[in-house]
Design a protein around this ligand. Structure first.
Ligand SMILES: [Zn+2]
Length: 350
C-alpha cells in the first residue's frame, strides 16, 4: 500500500508550481539590510498573551534595541509578506490547516488554554496572523542570505511543527517551508540545519527524515519537551546537553560539533535556529548559559558559515524571558562589531 510513484511525482510537481507562483520571494533593494521584521510579528491580545510564560513582544523589542543602539536604522529593516494558504500547502496537509479552524486545537498548540474559548475569527487574526508574517519572513530570509551572504529573521524558528502536526508553541513549519522554497527558487540541493534552541527540533526532523538534501545538527536538552524518539533517529549529528550544563562545557561541545559538521557535509545554505532558551534561568530550557555565552555561540556559528562562504539564515526561535530580547540584540551587535555581518552595504553608505 502507500502512495504509488506517479502520485508522488504529481505531489512534487504541485509543490513546485506553488513555490514558483508564490509572492513571498520579492526583490529587496540594496539600501535595506538583510534583517527581516514586521511590527505585526508581535502577539498582544487582551492580556491573554500574559498567560503564557513568555515575552510575546520579544521580536519588536529586539529591533527597538538595535535601532536605539544605532546599529540598524528602522528604514533598513525588510518587511515580509504573510504566507498564504497556497504557500503553507507547500509543506502542510490540507487537513492540518483545516484543523486550525478549531480554536481549541490552536490553544493546545500554542499552550494558552484560554485561546480555546475565543471565536476562531479572533484566533485567526490575533494569534495565527503574526505567525504567518513570521513564516513569510523566514522564507524571504533564505533568498536574502543567498544574495548577501547572511540574513536574520527577527522571528521564526518554529521547529516543533511538521507537515501534519503542531506543538510547543509552533503552528507552522517555517524551517521546512524555507528549505523547500530554497530548493526550487535558489536552485540548491544541500542544506544544513544547526538547531541550538534548548529543545529538540522534532518538526524539521520529521519533515526531512531520510532526505539526504538536509543535514541536521541538533544540540538540545534531552530531559525536556518534546522527547520525540522517532524524530531523534533523523538527526545527523545529535549533541545532548543535559539540564544544568554551563557555558564553558556548552561552547566546547559546540566547537567539537561544528568541527564534525564541517568534515561531514558541505551545504549551500545554513539555517541556524538560534533559540535563547538555553539562557541561565529559563524555566523551560533548564541550561545555565550566560549572555556572553549566547554571543560566543552565535559568533561561532556565523564564523563557521562566513569562513566557508555558506549563506546563513538566523532565526530567533524559543526563549521568551524578559531578558531574551536584550541578549539577542547584544549578540547581533557583537556579530556586527566582529565584522561577521555588515548592516550597511557599501553602495548604501552615506
Ligand atoms: Zn525551545
Amino acid at each position: 500500500m502507500g502512495s504509488p510513484p506517479p502520485h508522488a511525482l504529481a505531489d512534487a510537481a504541485l509543490r513546485t508550481t506553488r513555490i514558483l507562483s508564490s509572492k513571498l520571494y520579492f526583490d529587496v533593494p540594496p539600501s535595506k539590510a538583510p534583517v527581516v521584521y514586521s511590527p505585526s510579528y508581535n502577539i498582544a491580545f487582551l492580556g491573554i498573551e500574559k498567560l503564557h510564560p513568555f515575552d510575546s513582544s520579544k521580536w519588536g523589542r529586539i529591533c527597538q534595541f538595535l535601532i536605539a543602539e544605532g546599529v540598524l536604522p528602522m528604514n533598513r529593516l525588510v518587511e515580509p509578506l504573510s504566507a498564504s494558504k497556497d504557500d503553507l500547502l507547500v509543506v502542510h496537509s490540507e487537513s492540518y490547516l483545516e484543523s486550525l479552524k478549531s480554536s481549541l486545537r490552536v490553544a493546545m498548540i500554542v499552550e494558552v488554554p484560554p485561546v480555546g474559548m475565543l471565536p476562531n475569527c479572533l484566533v485567526q487574526k490575533k494569534v495565527l496572523q503574526p505567525f504567518l508574517k513570521q513564516v513569510g519572513g523566514t522564507i524571504l530570509a533564505a533568498k536574502l542570505a543567498k544574495e548577501r551572504g547572511w540574513a536574520i529573521n527577527v522571528g521564526g524558528g518554529f521547529h516543533h511543527c511538521c507537515s501534519n502536526k503542531g506543538g510547543g508553541f509552533c503552528v507552522y513549519a517555517d524551517i521546512s517551508l524555507c528549505i523547500h522554497f530554497a530548493f526550487v527558487r535558489l536552485n540548491i540541493s544541500r542544506v544544513m540545519i544547526i538547531d541550538l534552541d534548548a529543545h529538540q527540533g522534532n518538526g524539521h526532523e520529521m519533515d526531512f527524515a531520510r532526505d539526504e538534501r538536509v543535514y541536521i545538527l541538533d544540540m538540545f536538552n534531552p530531559e525536556i519537551y518534546p522527547q520525540d524518539y522517532e524524530a531523534r533517529r533523523y538527526i545527523d549529528q545529535k549533541v545532548e546537553v543535559p539540564s544544568g550544563t554551563r557555558t564553558n562545557t556548552y561552547l566546547s561541545k559546540l566547537d567539537e560539533a561544528l568541527e564534525v559538521a564541517s568534515r561531514s557535509y558541505a551545504p549551500e545554505l545554513l539555517v541556524y535556529n538560534a533559540g535563547t532558551d538555553i539562557l541561565d534561568g529559563d524555566p523551560l530550557g533548564r541550561l545555565k548559559i550566560n549572555p556572553d555565552g549566547i554571543a560566543s555561540r552565535d559568533e561561532k556559528v556565523f564564523k563557521y558559515a562566513r569562513d566557508r562562504n555558506i549563506p546563513i539564515v538566523m532565526l530567533t526561535s524559543g526563549g521568551y524571558m524578559k531578558s531574551s530580547a536584550r541578549v539577542i540584540a547584544d549578540s547581533i551587535i557583537n556579530l556586527s562589531k566582529k565584522h561577521l555581518i555588515e548592516m550597511v552595504t557599501p553602495s548604501s553608505r552615506g
